[in-house]
Design a protein around this ligand. Structure first.
Ligand code: G
Ligand code: G
Ligand code: MN
Ligand code: NA
Length: 253
C-alpha cells in the first residue's frame, strides 16, 4: 500500500524515465529502431530497474496510467528521432492493465496524432503471458492498430505457455526471440535449431524476427547463419538514457 502510494507520487512528480536500447540489422549493424525500457529515478535509492517496482505497479491500478505516460514519452521521443532517421521505430512494452478499459486503440492513435507520427513509427510489445491472461476482446485494439500500420511484437517468444496458434489468432508483425534461446546458442545445438526454426517461421509468415540478448560476436555470427536478420542486446548497446542514444543517430535535420 505504502509502496503503491510512492509509485503514484513518482508518476505525479515525473520520476519515471525511459531508457532506450538499440535494435540493429545483423548484416551491416544499421540502427533500425529501439525498445523503450522503464526506469524509476528514485530520489533516495537512485535509478531503479523494473524488477524493483513492476510487480507493485501491476498489482494496483497505476500500471494503466504509467503505460499512458510511457506511450506519450516514447512518441515524443520517436518524433524527434524520426527527423534524423525517417524510418526509425520505437517499441514500447504494454501492461495488461492497458487492455482493460477498451481505450487502447484510441489512446495510441491520439498519441501518434499529437506527435504527427505515422503508425509505423511505433511498435507495441505484448508478452505471451498477457495474451493468455486476457480474453479475446483484447484482440480488438491490437487488430485495429495493426490494420492501421502500428507494429505488434510478440515479446519473450518461446518462453511462455502460448502455443504457436497465437501467430494465427493475433495480428503480429514481429517475433522477439527470448534471450534464453540466445544465451547458450553457440554451445547448445538445440537452441541453434530452435532459433533457425523461428527465423524460418518468420520468413514463411512474413513476420520480422528479432533476437534479444545478443552479447557476443560469436552469437552474432551464428545468428546470421540461423537466418536471423535483426538483433538487440549488450553487443550493440545497453538500455541507455536519451542523451547517450542521441549519439548513435545522425543529428536531427
Ligand atoms: O531492462 P529491463 O530490466 O529493462 O526490463 C525488465 C522487464 O521490465 C522487461 O521484461 C520489460 O519487458 C519490462 N518493462 C520495461 N519497461 C517496461 C514498460 O514500460 N512497460 C511494461 N509493461 N514493461 C516494461
Ligand atoms: O521486454 P523484455 O523482457 O524483453 O526486456 C528486455 C530485458 O532484457 C531488459 O531487462 C534489458 O535490460 C535486458 N537485456 C537487454 N539486452 C540484454 C543482453 O544482451 N543480455 C542480458 N542479459 N539482458 C539484456
Ligand atoms: Mn520487451
Ligand atoms: Na523480451
Amino acid at each position: 500500500r505504502a509502496f503503491e502510494g510512492e509509485l503514484r507520487d513518482a508518476l505525479d512528480q515525473g520520476q519515471f524515465r525511459l531508457f532506450y536500447q538499440p535494435q540493429v540489422r545483423l548484416a551491416d549493424g544499421a540502427l533500425l529502431g529501439t525498445e523503450a525500457l522503464l526506469r524509476w529515478a528514485h530520489p533516495e535509492r537512485g535509478l531503479l530497474a523494473p524488477d524493483a517496482f513492476l510487480p507493485a505497479l501491476e498489482s494496483g491500478s497505476l500500471a494503466h496510467d504509467v503505460g499512458l505516460w510511457v506511450l506519450e514519452a516514447a512518441c515524443r521521443q520517436a518524433a524527434r528521432w524520426r527527423s534524423a532517421a525517417p524510418s526509425f521505430v520505437v517499441g514500447i512494452n504494454l501492461f495488461s492493465a492497458q487492455f482493460r478499459d477498451g481505450t487502447l486503440a484510441e489512446r495510441v492513435r491520439a498519441a501518434l496524432d499529437r506527435h504527427a507520427l505515422p503508425p509505423s513509427a511505433l511498435e507495441l510489445e505484448v508478452t505471451e503471458n498477457i495474451i493468455l491472461r486476457e480474453d479475446e476482446t483484447m484482440l480488438a485494439p491490437l487488430r485495429t492498430l495493426r490494420a492501421q500500420g502500428v507494429g505488434v511484437a510478440l515479446d519473450d517468444f518461446g518462453t511462455g505457455y502460448a502455443s504457436l496458434s497465437v501467430l494465427k489468432r493475433y495480428p503480429i508483425s514481429r517475433i522477439k526471440i527470448d534471450r534464453g534461446f540466445i544465451r547458450d546458442l553457440v554451445e547448445d545445438k538445440t537452441d541453434a535449431a530452435v532459433v533457425t526454426a523461428m527465423a524460418f517461421l518468420g520468413t514463411m509468415l512474413g513476420i520480422e524476427v528479432i533476437a534479444e540478448g545478443v552479447e557476443t560476436e560469436a552469437q552474432r555470427a551464428l545468428l546470421a547463419q540461423c537466418g536471423c536478420t535483426i538483433a538487440q542486446g549488450y553487443l550493440y548497446g545497453r538500455p541507455m538514457p536519451v542523451e547517450a542514444f542521441d549519439a548513435l543517430l545522425p543529428p536531427p535535420a
